[in-house]
Ligand binder design. Structure first.
Ligand SMILES: [Zn+2]
Length: 702
């Protein structure tokens, strides 16, 4: 315990010094009062080290005044020390590692229980924040089954019996275990996001309708602010639907999990709230919506597929945090993870129950072909192309990381002989797989900060992945970036705008010196509050992001020259609407087109070399009204994500990831997409019925 030892050592000289000068009472007083208070704490807190009352120990010294050199002085010195008992960093909770079905197969039954380590939610005064439900800082599990009207008793994870045995044991028949499982997996997903992004995660704010349709872009920042409400907790209903579905509802800020008959002739029910993959997938939808609200709007065929694929990627790589399952896979696959099925296949039970031979969506799909990306159209199929590309990259990285181990284990050939692998080798291979998976998951989440605010595409995600990783890890020792480049290229996910394909050319480009707004560096250093990080209060982070957004908006409004605004994808021209395809839309009181700064948030990231960098991510959008060939008016959105650098002497805008709002071609492309084919279907589904649940509709295509 290095920290308590260090505290004790540091305090000793101070205590001796005060004891040696008994005449100077004034500076002593606070020390003594402090010691007395501590001694009382020791008594109440049943500290094992405390001596029994009357033995000159803790209880006595509270009333003993130290005298020079005497035994009381040394007793005081002893009592000024205390071993701190911080709250535990983690709460351990048992869960099903894959699906309950694996527990009914002898081969996998003993692997299917995993223990998830989730953050111990603590208030600033060290109280446990977690209430029965569980209801914590991020989540509230409310277990009411609307179909039957039954409300299940909430689980109290602070009950001593549950604390002593890592929560309830996995059980299909116990609704309280279902509550524990959704809480544990969702919290694990949240933790991965916070670690990768370097800040507290926030749920998408709730829009407040005021008797008329609300368009966020139609108001200034202040007006918009009044129409949004902070969402502290995401609500989770483990038995919220009686159907074969589970989804994230942006309107309710909730995750709803369904259950349904297995359909195998038995009376068995299948609960989606017992599938690790489905819980991780739905939680990811909510987290992604909190970061990029406009990714629900299908402006090109990749948008919805991206939401789906990203949710699957997080679910798959979270699997690799369960060591027993991973060791089993590596043993079964003889070290070659390409042959392993269990880990990569999502939602086994769900797929089997619906009569599919394969799992719901398998990441190990067909061998890669450059036509994959162009050929897929349906969101789930297209999403599978992206998931497969990321999984291919992971497999290549794993293979590279274990090359030397396999050579050592095989006497130089790299080809392992027949028979079971040595358990030590399995352990080492599992370690390497875990490390690679964690890194891939972190890169995938971190890349979200490098994505455009609207209209995302898969090739842009590749560029975001490469840029996010290059920014932090200068030396790509294990070839992660090349692995991504190759895997995406093999499935045809390539940015068309580039003439050459390399890690260097894929990085987002920085702005020219001339395009940097003068004075922006000073402004962000002085005015932007970046105190919110993974330790801070979430509501304060939310408020800070809002205040920062307003400040940045006001600064840009005053200082941004039209030419530089163009470089950021924005239109600040005073030209009238009569200009061909000029800006038509709302203008501010000075006659300039309005724009909106959505959020300005810090991103604290630590590199493998130990450097800690703090960047600022700002999301800006603008929209204009465009008249199509048929004379109908529609809304087209553009804008930029800015990655801002606070360091003195550096260009303030490191990257500007733009979707120009003035682009005539893009406005036509979006219109065409929304009017034809899939775009038309989705447009009808998403926009004409404001009561519809976008993710429910997407998932009902299971
Ligand atoms: Zn989904």
């Amino acid at each position: 315990m290095p920290i308590p030892e260090f505290t004790a050592m540091a305090k000793r000289p101070a205590a001796r010094k005060s004891a040696a000068k008994p005449g100077k009472r004034t500076p002593e007083r606070p020390v003594r009062r402090h010691a007395a208070r501590k001694a009382q704490t020791v008594r109440r807190g049943k500290q094992p080290a405390a001596a029994p009352p009357g033995a000159g120990g803790a209880s006595q010294s509270a009333s003993v005044r130290p005298t020079a050199g005497g035994p009381a002085a040394s007793a005081s010195a002893t009592q000024s020390r205390k071993i701190l008992a911080p709250p535990p960093p983690n709460r351990r909770l048992q869960i099903f590692a894959t699906d309950p079905g694996s527990s009914r197969r002898l081969k996998t039954a003993f692997l299917n229980t995993a223990t998830a380590e989730v953050p111990w939610e603590t208030a600033p005064d060290s109280r446990s924040l977690l209430q029965p439900g569980p209801v914590g800082e991020y989540l509230e599990v409310v277990d009411v089954d609307p179909a039957s009207g039954v409300a299940y008793e909430p689980v109290d994870l602070n009950h001593p019996f549950l604390l002593a045995q890592d929560g309830l044991p996995p059980s299909e028949g116990n609704p309280q275990f279902h509550q524990q499982m959704v809480y544990a997996v969702a919290m694990q997903t949240i933790r991965h996001f916070e670690q990768a992004l370097g800040r507290r995660v926030l749920w998408a704010p709730r829009r407040i309708a005021q008797g008329q349709p609300v368009s966020a872009d139609s108001a200034s920042v202040a007006q918009t602010a009044a129409r949004e409400a902070y969402v502290r907790r995401l609500r989770i209903s483990p038995h919220g639907l009686r159907q074969a579905n589970a989804y994230y509802s942006p309107q309710k800020a909730a995750l709803l999990f369904g259950y349904f008959p297995a359909g195998d002739g038995s009376r068995r029910l299948v609960f989606t709230s017992l599938s690790h993959d489905i819980i991780a997938h739905e939680t990811t939808h909510a987290l992604l919506d909190g970061l990029h609200r406009r990714y629900q709007e299908p402006t090109n065929r990749d948008v919805l597929a991206f939401h789906e694929a990203f949710a699957d990627i997080v679910a798959i790589f979270q699997h690799f945090t369960f060591p027993e399952l991973l060791r089993f896979q590596i043993e079964q696959a003889h070290g070659d993870l390409r042959k392993g099925k269990l880990l990569a296949e999502l939602a086994q039970e769900f797929g089997h129950t619906l009569g599919r031979t394969d799992a719901l969506r398998s990441a190990i799909g067909t061998p890669p072909s450059p036509g994959d990306y162009a050929a897929a159209t349906e969101p789930h199929d297209l999403g599978t192309v992206l998931v497969s590309a990321v999984f291919d990259a992971f497999l290549a990285i794993y293979a590279r990381r274990v090359e030397d181990l396999l050579r050592i284990a095989s006497g130089g050939s790299g080809i392992l002989g027949a028979g079971a692998l040595h358990p030590d080798l399995v352990g080492r291979l599992a370690d390497e797989a875990t490390r690679a998976a964690r890194h891939v998951l972190t890169i995938c989440i971190r890349a979200l900060d490098y994505m455009p605010p609207v209209d995302p595409t898969f090739p842009e995600y590749l560029r975001a992945l490469i840029t996010a990783d290059s920014d932090l890890v200068a030396n790509d020792r294990y070839g992660y970036r090349v692995a991504f480049l190759e895997a995406f290229g093999n499935r045809g996910i390539i940015p068309n705008e580039l003439h050459t394909l390399s890690v260097g050319s894929l990085r987002w480009q920085t702005l020219d010196e001339a395009a940097q707004p003068t004075g922006l560096g000073n402004f962000i250093r002085k005015e932007i509050n970046i105190s919110g990080d993974v330790q801070s209060d979430r509501y304060q982070s939310y408020l800070a992001a809002r205040v920062n957004a307003r400040k940045l908006h006001d600064w840009l409004d005053k200082e941004l020259q039209p030419g530089i605004a163009r470089a950021l994808g924005l239109d600040r021209e005073l030209a009238g609407p009569d200009k061909p395809d000029g800006y038509v839309g709302r203008r501010d009181c000075n006659g300039r087109p309005r724009f909106e700064v959505h959020s300005v948030r810090p991103a604290r990231r630590s590199s493998p070399d130990g450097d800690i960098r703090t960047d600022i991510i700002a999301v800006i959008t603008q929209h204009r009204d465009v008249t199509d060939d048929a004379g109908a008016v529609y809304t087209f959105r553009g804008g930029c994500t800015l990655v801002l650098d606070r360091r003195e002497g550096m260009p303030p805008i490191r990257y500007s990831i733009t979707k120009p709002v003035y682009s005539v071609a893009d406005a036509k492309r979006v219109r065409n997409y929304q009017q034809t084919g899939l775009g038309l279907d989705l447009n009808a589904l998403y926009f004409e019925d404001s009561q519809s649940e976008p993710f429910a509709l997407l998932h009902s295509k299971f």
